[in-house]
Structure formats: C-alpha cells, structure tokens
Design a protein around this ligand. Structure first.
Ligand SMILES: Cc1cc2nc3c(=O)[nH]c(=O)nc-3n(C[C@H](O)[C@H](O)[C@H](O)COP(=O)(O)OP(=O)(O)OC[C@H]3O[C@@H](n4cnc5c(N)ncnc54)[C@H](O)[C@@H]3O)c2cc1C
Length: 516
C-alpha cells in the first residue's frame, strides 16, 4: 500500500468518511484534524517486526476537552469509524503511536494536558491524559511540594495516564502503576461519561483516595482494553522520604540468578526492600552505553567469551541488582544490615552503595535517579547496541522463585540464540512476581532480520505459554497471538463486554486481541 493512496477506515465509504471528517472539523477546528501523509507520518512509525503498511492511520484528531472527545465518539458511532486512542503516544517497543491496524483514526489526547489537582496532604494527583511525567515533575518542583513520581525509563517524554492504562511499571516503591491509580473519568463508545470509584458522587472529596467506590470495581476494565476512553485519571504520589540509599549488588555467574531471587523474595514481600528492584543482565547494563560491534561483529547471538570481556572491561556483573532503601537514616541503617546479611551469606555477592557503587561500571547513576523518581533518557542507549531501530519488549511474568527465573532465562537464551539475537534483559521485581523484560533488538532496515525477529518473538510467546508463562503486556503486532494464550473462556468474557459497551466496535478494535 502506498502512503499517497487515500486510506479509508475498513468498511467505511469515502462519502461517509468525508462527512465524518467535516463533523470533526466543526468540533475541533480544521487544524486539529490531520489527514496529510506528512502530518500523519509520526503516527506510522513502528519499532516492531511488522509490515509498516499494516499500521497507517487514515487521519488523526486532537481534542482538548472531554466534551470534544464525546462529540468525536458520537460521530464515529454514527459512521462506524474505528479510533485508536493514545495519550502521549510513546508506547515505544509496544506499538508507538501507530494505530492497531491500518485505517483507524488516531485519537491523540496529548493536547488534553492539564494538571487538574495535586494534593500534598493526601499525596494524590488528578490528570488529563496528555500530561507528561516531566510536566508533573516540573509542577511539583515549581510548587516546592515534597512529592515523588514513579516514572518508567522513558519518563521525560511519556505520561502517567497512557503508561498506567497499559499497566506499565517504574522503579520506586510505587512501581506497579495500576496499583497506585485511583479514580477515572471515561468516555464510553456511546458518548456518555462515567466516573469510577467515588467519582459518581457529586462533589465527592474521596475520588482520588478510595479506589473501590460502591458495587463492582470497574477501573481495570479500562486498562489494556478497548472499552472506553480515559479522559481523567487519579494517581497516588509518594511522599519524599527523609533519606534514600540506592545500592548495587553484583553476581558473576549465570546460574546466580537463582540465589539472587531466593534471597530477594522475602526481603521484598516483607517490604525491607520496598521498591521495584531490577536484576539486570550484563548485555542490558552494558548496552545502554556500549555498542555490540566493539565486542563482536557476527550476525549470530553474541558468544559467552565476548560477554566475559564486557564484564571485565566494564566492571559489571552477569547479574546487577539495583534497589534502594527509603525512610529515616535510622530505618535505613537497620534495613541495610538485614540486606547485607542476607546477600552476604553465600559470599558470592559484591554489595555496594555510594561512591563504591558509582565507580563500578553499568547503570548506577541513571538507576539511582529512576529509583527516586527523577527523569532521564539513558535507557535509549540500548538502541545503539545492535542498531537499526528494531525493538520489541518480550515480557513474561514469573513467580519470584529462583527456579522459575533460571528456567525462563535459559529458555529465552536458547530461543533468542536459535534466531541469532542477544539476551538483553532484566527482571523487574514486583511483590511476589517478576516481569522478565527482554528487549529483542534487531535491525528493522534489514527485511531478512526483521522476519527473523518476527518468527523469534512468535516462538517465544508459544514456547513460554507451553510452560505456563504468560506475558504482562505486548506490542500491537502480537496482541492476537498473546490473547490466544490466555484461553477461550477469558476471550469470550472480553468479547461479551465489548458487545455490551461498544456494540459498533469503534474503540481501538483489536487492542489486546479484543473485537466484537
Ligand atoms: C528505552 C525504553 C525503556 C522503556 N522502559 C519502560 C519502563 O521502564 N516501564 C514501562 O512501563 N515501559 C517502558 N517502556 C515502554 C513505553 O515507552 C512506556 O511504557 C511509555 O510510558 C508508554 O507510553 P505513553 O505513556 O505515551 O502511553 P501511550 O502510548 O499514550 O498509551 C499506551 C497505550 O495505552 C492505551 N491508552 C492510552 N491512552 C488511553 C486513554 N486515554 N484511554 C484508553 N486507552 C488509552 C492505548 O492502547 C495506547 O496505545 C520503555 C520504552 C523504551 C523505548
């Protein structure tokens, strides 16, 4: 398909599409309805191993208020126009700002970027979808509030609403974002607005503090789904602690992942270590600032000998644990002793903080910043590791048990190796779970390599599912396959909800594999 050719939404006539575009222009003004391929180009960029032609929008609309979103949705319902919603549109490695399929109209909410409320007493915020982490961070600093955010790695450019709705993660004690979300305003497919939780009560003062409201809890229905458009979202912010100690623990052998997880789990569950800890493999830790070709130029998976050279040259471990303690200086001293004792028992770990950790190779400085909610873009360095712009996050969940992480690591390395890719990975530790996040990096400019990356990702999904490991999130190319691994009964429930809430199937068709 050529981008010069006019792209119409699936099943919509040219006349109807033109009529709908006119109605969008009446509501938003002509400037906020994009149809030229030049202006739509940023919405067609993908990093995943799919065909670019499968992800071209037919238009983009940019509202600034809930009322405008309602008006757009009503028009879409009338003409059966499918829309794909984005907030700040930086879902990089999971589909970017591109639609789920060619022909959908992008509903880009980045101009709805008001910070509606920040309450420093109960530590909450109410935001529109276009607010970025940087914007909220600046607001907090300008107003001298003692509050911390929990950004994901590309924080400065991404936003809390989109990230939370895709159930993203960060690195402070508030790392599991959906857990710290409270209250939503949602535009439904028929144009009506619903407020969740306590938001249904007029003038409620507890919308942002009590998650559950009355009756069935429905906020989850609007995450990783296509049942509504979130136009406001509440979230909890962390009070700035009096003291903070980020630290680094390095282990040198591949099989040490088992010991790390066994030592870490009880400390995490008991909240001795309260934050979303990461256990970073050599190639990720080095890959943020080292390129592959400095060590190996082959097109197959990087050999062990090269990994050992990287470890020695860079001063990083096979596994690098980044975590932090928070509280008063006295609390930190007590907890630090517990951490030192637990990790020191076997004699395998090198345990560091402060200057000693800063001097080691790897990502201590940017990780320390992320674990206290500061912004940086250091992780984008990973795109220079192999080069060529291809990136797909493969992110299966495991129990926080050493045996499972060892099994998952070996399985991933075997499959990636079969297709000639490197294991660039980390584990992000929740309370009892781990997100095993693997960046499948490849050269998108090379069609053969892109096809190989596609086949590799598909095999990873299937082979992991066969062993009982599902993904926590995926990119738009593989939504259907991943939904299949969770079984038909669940898919049927998703479909039933879709029919009830969006009978014309206009909202993000295909998101998470859900269609009418
Ligand atoms: C180097 C690098 C590191 C990364 N590290 C992390 C990380 O640490 N943690 C992490 O979670 N991710 C990470 N990512 C992935 C991703 O970039 C972030 O999750 C980012 O925050 C998502 O972009 P966004 O916030 O702009 O979301 P958006 O793209 O705006 O939204 C994400 C998706 O949510 C849905 N959605 C958005 N807004 C709405 C709405 N208003 N109503 C209904 N549905 C909506 C849509 O399906 C949309 O596609 C990383 C990416 C890169 C490149």
């Amino acid at each position: 398909m050529s981008t010069n050719e006019r792209i119409l939404p699936k099943g919509v006539s040219e006349t109807d599409f033109d009529a709908a575009l006119d109605r969008f222009r009446e509501t938003l003004g002509a400037e906020q309805v994009l149809i030229d391929s030049d202006r739509l180009a940023p919405y067609s960029k993908i990093m995943m191993a799919g065909d670019r032609d499968d992800y071209i929008p037919s238009a983009a609309v940019l509202p600034t208020s809930t009322e405008e979103v309602q008006a757009i949705v009503r028009v879409c319902n009338e003409y059966r126009i499918p829309i794909w919603t984005i907030s700040t549109g930086k879902n990089l490695g999971y589909g970017s700002a591109a639609p789920g399929e060619t022909g959908q109209v992008i509903l880009d909410l980045h101009r709805m970027n008001r910070i509606l409320d920040v309450d420093p007493d109960v530590c909450t915020a109410l935001l529109e979808p276009g607010v970025t982490y940087q914007q909220l961070y600046d607001y907090i600093k300008e107003n001298d509030l003692k509050l911390w955010l929990d950004p994901p790695a590309p924080s400065a450019i991404a936003g809390p609403v989109g990230n939370t709705l895709d159930r993203g993660v960060g690195y402070t004690p508030y790392g599991e974002h959906f857990m710290f979300q409270c209250g939503m305003e949602v535009v439904l497919a028929n144009g009506e607005v619903v407020r969740t939780g306590m938001g249904g009560i007029e003038n409620s003062s507890s919308w942002q503090v009590f998650k559950w409201g009355y009756g069935p809890y429905i906020d989850g229905l609007f995450t990783q789904s296509n049942y509504g458009i979130v136009t406001k979202m509440g979230l909890w912010l962390m009070p700035e602690p009096p003291a903070y100690r980020p630290f680094l623990i390095q282990y040198q052998n591949p099989e040490d992942i088992e010991e790390i997880v066994e030592v870490l789990r009880p400390l995490r569950i008991a909240q001795i270590i309260p934050n979303a800890v990461v256990i970073v493999h050599t190639l990720w830790d080095a890959g943020t600032h080292v390129t592959r070709k400095e060590y190996y130029d082959g097109s197959d998976s990087i050999p062990r000998e090269a990994i050992e050279r990287i470890k020695a040259d860079e001063g990083i471990g096979e596994w690098n644990v980044y975590a932090a303690l928070y509280g008063t200086p006295e609390q930190i001293e007590v907890n630090w002793k517990i951490v030192e004792q637990a990790f020191g028992a076997s004699g395998k770990a090198k345990i560091m903080y402060g200057e000693e950790a800063e001097k080691r190779g790897g990502g201590f400085s940017y990780r320390s910043a992320l674990m206290k909610g500061d912004m940086n873009l250091q992780e984008f360095g990973l795109y220079n590791w192999r080069g060529g712009g291809g990136s797909m996050w493969f992110a299966p969940v495991s129990q926080a048990k050493g045996s499972e992480t060892k099994d998952q690591t070996e399985l991933a390395q075997r499959i990636l190796g079969k297709y000639g890719f490197d294991y660039v990975a980390e584990y992000i530790v929740g309370w009892r779970d781990m997100h095993h996040v693997i960046d499948l990096l490849y050269n998108r400019e090379d069609p053969e390599e892109t096809q190989r990356a596609h086949d590799c990702f598909a095999e990873l999904i299937d082979e992991f599912a066969k062993r009982g490991y599902g993904l926590y999130r995926t990119n738009t190319e593989f939504m259907e396959q991943v939904a299949g691994t969770f079984g038909e009964p669940l898919r049927e429930v998703h479909r039933t909800l879709k029919r009830a809430l969006d009978p014309n199937g206009i909202l993000s068709p295909g998101k998470s594999g859900i269609r009418l």
